[in-house]
Ligand binder design. Structure first.
Ligand code: HEM
Length: 395
């Protein structure tokens, strides 16, 4: 790969197939890299990504970027979610949802998560091979988040489709047809959630949507648009990411049989194992910020309104921070990876995602002692949310 001659493009097909050698070159030769065609900066060093996520001269509001593509007019301005706003709005929105996602609250979901996982595993056990994504990695987080929110899990086929199209909008460049599909899917998902919210207003239940409606009505803490945006964010974030932790994580174990064996022998390793799988095969590859003013970062001058991408996956392999970074070591500790981001936008759902993986992976390995890869895995088309469309396994 001769990248010295060409601009680094972490999204060209060769780099996508195996981005890590590419990230290493970027980190060594041009760690704060300006990519002309994409019109964005790319950061590959752990320290620079940390700085990006800590410095409030960068905004999380992508709509401020000079490269932002606005949805066509006439669709009604959706509210903004916490993911793309700065304080004080961020603080207000995050506080509203955060009570439901504390480690203590999430721990209470353990029996339910175990029951769902066990049910899926027993269904798998009726056959001898399966697509692990469709039969296990996807349904588990979807059922969990749908139940938490109070969205009927039986509507899954519907919102799964919208959700998977919506997240293509997180990629750095999409063609016009995809961009239109993203806007359409977002509108359909929003309309669907508005119907669910209206129903919960009439028939309150013990779920998160009901709680947020109550909060809205008690103090007008959040606008109608923000309420929908919040539900949409939780629904999408709740099922487009953890599926990849379970899917990428299982594949990582197949590709590193010594570590798979190690986990089978020592199931108590599961906590550090999940962190290491998050570091080594993260579900989210980068996150973006927008410079609010002219500033210096890693020796380069960044202009106002330019987009800066923190490459989480690259930072996770920075040898300055991780010894022997390309090695999967399920006992690695400490493990300051960026799979969940850092700073005020640190993943709200991290305790939930961790618990789901800590339940799912050991259950799978225990029930199927000879679980193995049974064909070529297929990747999903998204390049930011990286995961598998299919993971054929036999057992
Ligand atoms: C392995 C699974 C997951 C990964 C890798 C992941 C990754 C991330 C990352 C990297 C961010 C920070 C984005 C940024 O700084 O711009 C984030 C934020 C967020 N995540 Fe997750 N996530 C996962 C699961 C979940 C789940 C299960 C939920 C909810 C049910 C969730 C809800 C959120 C929310 C609401 C935010 C925004 C937080 C804020 O802006 O303050 N995530 N996630």
């Amino acid at each position: 790969m001769d990248t010295a001659q060409t601009a680094f493009n972490p999204f060209d097909p060769a780099a996508l197939a195996d981005p890590y050698p590419y990230y290493r070159l970027m980190r060594e030769r041009d760690p704060v890299h300006w990519n002309g065609p994409i019109r964005a900066w790319f950061l590959t060093r752990h320290a620079d990504v940390a700085e990006l996520l800590r410095d409030d001269r960068f905004s999380a509001d992508r709509t401020l970027s000079e490269r932002y593509v606005a949805p066509p007019p006439g669709r009604g301005r959706p509210g903004k979610s916490m993911l793309i706003v700065d304080p004080p709005d961020h603080t207000r929105l995050r506080n509203l949802a955060s009570k439901a996602f504390t480690p203590r609250m999430v721990e209470q979901l353990r029996p339910r998560i175990e029951a769902i996982a066990s049910d899926l595993v027993e269904r798998l056990a009726r056959g001898r091979q399966a697509d692990l994504i469709a039969e296990f990695a996807y349904p588990l987080p979807v059922i969990v988040i749908a139940e938490m929110l109070g969205v009927p899990a039986r509507d899954r086929a519907q919102f799964q489709e919208w959700s998977s199209v919506t997240v293509r909008g997180l990629d750095p460049f999409v063609d016009a047809a995809t961009q239109k599909a993203v806007f359409d899917a977002r509108a359909a998902l929003t309309a669907y959630l508005r119907r669910i919210i209206a129903r919960r207003r009439r028939e309150p239940a013990g779920d998160l949507i009901t709680a947020m409606i109550a909060a809205r009505e008690a103090g007008d803490f959040l606008s109608d648009g923000e309420l929908v945006a919040m539900c949409s964010l939780l629904l999408v974030a709740g099922h487009e990411t953890t599926v990849n932790l379970i899917g990428n994580g299982t594949l990582a174990l197949f590709r590193n049989p010594d570590q798979l064996e190690r986990l089978r022998r020592e199931p108590a390793l599961i906590r550090t194992a999940v962190e290491e799988l998050l570091r080594w095969a993260p579900p989210v590859y980068w996150t973006g910020r927008v410079a609010l003013e002219e500033l210096d970062l890693g020796g380069r001058r960044i202009a106002p309104r330019q987009s800066v991408f923190g490459m989480l996956a690259a930072a996770n392999r920075d040898p300055e921070v991780f010894e022997d970074p390309d090695r999967l070591d399920l006992g690695r500790d400490p493990n300051p990876h960026f799979a969940f981001g850092r700073g005020i936008h640190f993943c709200l759902g991290a305790p939930l995602a961790r618990l789901e993986a800590q339940v799912a992976l050991p259950m799978l390995l225990e029930r199927f002692p000879d679980l193995r890869l049974a064909g070529e895995p297929e990747s999903r088309p998204t390049v930011n949310l990286r995961g598998l469309a299919r993971l054929p396994v036999a057992y």
